[in-house]
Design a protein around this ligand. Structure first.
Ligand code: A3D
Length: 320
């Protein structure tokens, strides 16, 4: 039987997710949105595109959680995106309310689903989603690290004029301005960035510029678009996580996962490499960080903790 993926939020990312999933024939798709017409309209449009491509999947649109029942995977983008000049954290209050509603909608209808959250501010919203829904922490993850790493990868490919496939990157930490791109773990044609600096193939300053551009990768796109934020690359990243779960690929993917002692942190979500297979997050991969990397990671996690304090002020139940 074909798998079922429900997309909560049928906006820019939700629609793109639906299209990518149908092209890959990964699963049947239910597009859910409070704006029912958008969900139904996009589902119908994409369903008609399957007849062009010959793809064998069903797509439906709805505003009833009943229709998302027994989903294998749920990807959540319900919420409000940033406007120019806004930080991800500015979305906290409104998106917390929305995520509570979503958690109530999915917990009884799809208690066994693998849930991928994309709504910002990511690390706190995924944490709230897990608490509100009571679903197991290994089945509730956030998408951010794949996107941040792919931005770092793309900028490096442009700089070195090397295909993206020849580059391996990793970005850790929270999905915010303190995210931690990892030059020590980044290789281009198998050579580490540190070696490439030594060989004068790139200056430290240029690399710093690329790291800053990666950290501000979302804002750069928002400034161009003026309305809405990035959606193609975020959707592609969400699909990679869903595919690894559905096909039990056990890929190691950077994502916002629940830490229970790993990296020295407890009861907190942060961006780390995690193995995703048919049991959800099967293992958090603990890579040995050097002093500088550890320091940067701690700064990033502190930013997540600070935002959690603000979230607890908004909703004290999140303290438990
Ligand atoms: P957008 O196109 O506005 O779509 C959001 C959709 O959510 C809209 O269609 C709304 O009608 C719908 N919605 C609002 N409230 C509810 C609700 N209670 N239940 C169901 N649906 C609801 O936004 P988007 O798709 O561009 O972005 C969605 C979210 O993803 C935003 O919070 C963005 O900030 C976030 N985002 C995260 C990343 C990460 O890397 C983590 C990247 C890009 C965007």
């Amino acid at each position: 039987m074909r798998k079922k993926i429900s997309l909560i939020g049928a906006g820019q990312i939700g629609g793109t997710l639906a299209h990518l999933i149908s092209i890959k024939e990964l699963a049947d798709v239910v597009l859910f949105d409070v704006a029912e017409g958008i969900a139904k309209g996009k589902a119908l449009d994409i369903a008609q595109s399957t007849a062009v491509d010959g793809n064998d999947v069903n797509l439906t649109g709805t505003s009833s959680y009943e229709d998302t029942k027994n989903s294998d995977v749920i990807i959540i983008t319900a919420g409000v995106p940033r406007k120019p000049g806004m930080s991800r954290d500015d979305l906290l209050e409104i998106n917390l309310k929305i995520i509570k509603e979503v958690a109530n909608g999915i917990k009884s209808t799809s208690p066994n689903a693998f849930v991928i959250c994309i709504t910002n501010p990511l690390d706190i919203i995924v944490m709230a989603l897990q608490k509100y829904s009571g679903m197991p922490a290994n089945k509730v993850v956030g998408m951010a690290g794949i996107l941040d790493s792919s931005r770092f990868n793309y900028f490096l490919s442009q700089e070195f004029n090397v295909p993206v496939k020849k580059i391996k990157t990793l970005v850790l930490g929270g999905h915010g301005d303190t995210m931690v791109p990892m030059p020590n773990r980044t290789t281009i044609n198998g050579k580490s960035l540190i070696e490439l600096i030594k060989e004068n193939k790139i200056t430290k300053e240029k690399l710093e510029d690329i790291i800053t551009r990666t950290r501000k990768g979302g804002a750069e796109i928002i400034k161009f678009l003026q309305k809405g934020s990035a959606f193609y690359a975020p959707a592609a990243s969400g699909v990679e996580m869903a595919e690894s779960y559905i096909k039990n690929l056990k890929k190691t993917l950077p994502c916002a996962a629940y830490l229970n002692g790993e990296y020295g942190f407890n009861k907190l979500y942060a961006g780390v490499p995690a193995i995703i297979g048919n049991k959800g997050v099967e293992k958090i991969v603990e890579i040995k960080l050097d002093t500088k990397e550890k320091e940067n990671f701690e700064v990033s996690v502190k930013a997540v903790k600070d935002l959690l304090k603000i979230a607890i002020k908004i909703d004290p139940s999140l303290a438990n």
